[in-house]
Design a binder for this molecule. Sequence first.
Ligand SMILES: Cc1cc2nc3c(=O)[nH]c(=O)nc-3n(C[C@H](O)[C@H](O)[C@H](O)COP(=O)(O)OP(=O)(O)OC[C@H]3O[C@@H](n4cnc5c(N)ncnc54)[C@H](O)[C@@H]3O)c2cc1C
Length: 289
Amino acid sequence: MTNTWIIAVDPAVSTLVELGRTIGGTVTAVVVGNAVVKGVDALVRIPLAEGTPAEAASPAVAAAVAAEPGDVVLAGNKPAERVLAGAVAALKKLPVLYGLKKAGAGTAELSRFGGIAVETCAFESAVVAVIDGGVEPEGEAPNELTGPAQFQAATVTSVDKREVAQVNLTAAKRIVAAGRGFKAKEDLQLAEDLAATLEAEVACSRPLAEGSEWMPRDRYVGISGQQVSPELYVALGISGQIQHTAGMQDSKTVVVINNDEKAPIFAGADYAVVGDLYEVLPALTQALK
Ligand SMILES: Cc1cc2nc3c(=O)[nH]c(=O)nc-3n(C[C@H](O)[C@H](O)[C@H](O)COP(=O)(O)OP(=O)(O)OC[C@H]3O[C@@H](n4cnc5c(N)ncnc54)[C@H](O)[C@@H]3O)c2cc1C
């Protein structure tokens, strides 16, 4: 029986729980701090003293994760969780799998090249993998055990918090994405208006975030950006290079607006508008209001 262990600081671990359910054994969350994680079979909590960073709990997490050969240890793709996953792998001498999509008894499917290839691998020991966490899972709160109190000596001495808007594109149900078809930063208001009408998050292709810096880097979709799978993805002035489409090809419904009928993005479109986004967008947003 392959069991799943989830290392969590942030409670948004729905995709980890879902993956654990497809694997089939028990799903145990090892939670550092106060997060409430539902929908798992068991929870081992490692309380954090005031001022102790979650990363300092790596010895406790490694001791609490009683993974047997063949088990899968998952962590969400967040800074503290990545550190804890790496520390657990190092302390327990376990391999780390990158791009895990599916796992079963001693085998795993790994996404490669941003999702355009799948690699299958076999393993005998337990393995550690980091995947995007999703949202907070629903379900019953499990019975809790308290984990060992083993910490590295580290203390947070000050916090300088910046007011930066955080976006979780991987959990977004609707996304409006802007590309280089926009001629000026101010014109992105057209995408924002459509997104507000659709209650969607705004995203972009890489050139708008790296190079022009019109949008923050956590907003770009693709092989080196965010991997998203919303119910609705609206691509505005995006050509559809594979480095972009690899990040949104799991979207359920794709709407494309582009003035070049030969743009590759149209190949994956469910609804296509060949036209100038400067004309189409105001009319579309108005019609949807
Ligand atoms: C190693 C590597 C990694 C990369 N990773 C990523 C990644 O993660 N994500 C990513 O997005 N890119 C990535 N890229 C870049 C990628 O190759 C493309 O260059 C990029 O996706 C193109 O962005 P774009 O579609 O917005 O721009 P363009 O390719 O310039 O396309 C603009 C589109 O807008 C259309 N258009 C122009 N004017 C209008 C108008 N008025 N109305 C409607 N349509 C209009 C044009 O017809 C065109 O199709 C990567 C590249 C490399 C080399």
